[in-house]
Design a protein around this ligand. Structure first.
Ligand SMILES: NC(=O)c1ccc[n+]([C@@H]2O[C@H](COP(=O)([O-])OP(=O)(O)OC[C@H]3O[C@@H](n4cnc5c(N)ncnc54)[C@H](OP(=O)(O)O)[C@@H]3O)[C@@H](O)[C@H]2O)c1
Length: 237
């Protein structure tokens, strides 16, 4: 899909990757970007641009989603970027439930509501921001990985289900990216801007899966070669 002239909705547009995606889409000639956030004032940091429309959108709030779908009826590219993550695996279910609510059920609700809109608008594209650790579990953030694994599976299903209406469905599998979500994580991280550029390149090229940084590319290759070894290695963290 060529980004030029597309009408794009980005969830979590006030976050690290979301903000970088909005900027990259505008630079690539998008006709309009619906920049969405739970707190609309948090979008004040976006650059002034008359091609940006700001929308209040909590992806776990049905009324918010329905309102967004009324306003953004012309969307041709939906980017499900909003996500949340905490630490933990075995223990309180509070984090685990929140991660599933946002990363899986919230994204599911967005796909469900916007699929008919994309169909009416000619097919278009859905981009789901997943994570490379949705493909292999890292126990210290094991419930987050599980929620992203659920989203990975959902993405495959939605891809098949919407092929008849010609909606392309893209899964993005980043490694560590330097955003609020990874604050305090002491390891090399890709910049949100470089990740956004890789996503645009992949979507433009028609790729169904995008590994937008060197860590993600390496894990993907290792998973293809020896998945059990990757599972054992990631199990140490
Ligand atoms: N950073 C990484 O290393 C990394 C790696 C792989 C995948 N990802 C994924 O990339 C996506 C973007 O994350 P990020 O790294 O840019 O982190 P971030 O800066 O923390 O951004 C997360 C965004 O999601 C929004 N959000 C959370 N719950 C929401 C809800 N219920 N409804 C609507 N928006 C909600 C946040 O809004 P608020 O400001 O209102 O909380 C924020 O805008 C996420 O899906 C994340 O899982 C990140």
């Amino acid at each position: 899909m060529n980004i030029k002239d597309q009408i794009i909705l980005v969830t979590g547009a006030n976050g690290g990757i979301g903000k970088a995606l909005v900027a990259a889409f505008l630079a690539a000639g998008a006709a309009r970007v619906y920049a969405c956030a739970r707190d609309i004032t948090s979008l004040d940091a976006l650059p002034a641009n008359d091609r940006i429309s700001k929308l209040k959108l909590d992806i776990c709030n049905t009324a918010n989603i329905e309102k967004a779908a009324m306003v953004a009826r012309d969307v041709t590219l939906l980017v499900n970027n909003a996500g949340t993550g905490g630490c933990g695996l075995l223990g309180s279910q509070q984090n685990a439930r929140r991660e599933m609510e946002v990363n899986y059920f919230g994204t599911h609700a967005m796909c469900t509501t916007f699929a008919p809109i994309l169909g009416i608008n000619g097919g278009g594209c859905i981009v789901n921001i997943i994570s490379v650790i949705g493909l292999v579990n890292m126990p210290s953030i094991g419930t987050y990985c599980a929620s992203k694994a659920a989203l990975h599976s959902l993405t495959q299903g939605v891809r098949a289900a919407l092929s008849g209406q010609k909606t392309a469905v893209v899964g993005v599998y980043p490694g560590p990216v330097d955003t609020r979500m990874t604050e305090g994580l002491a390891m090399a991280k890709a910049s949100p801007e470089s990740v956004a550029e890789e996503i645009l390149t992949g979507v433009t090229a028609g790729h169904e899966e995008i590994y937008p940084d060197s860590f993600a590319k390496k894990i993907h290759e290792e998973l293809l070669a020896n998945p059990k070894e990757v599972e054992r290695e990631m199990g140490k963290y």
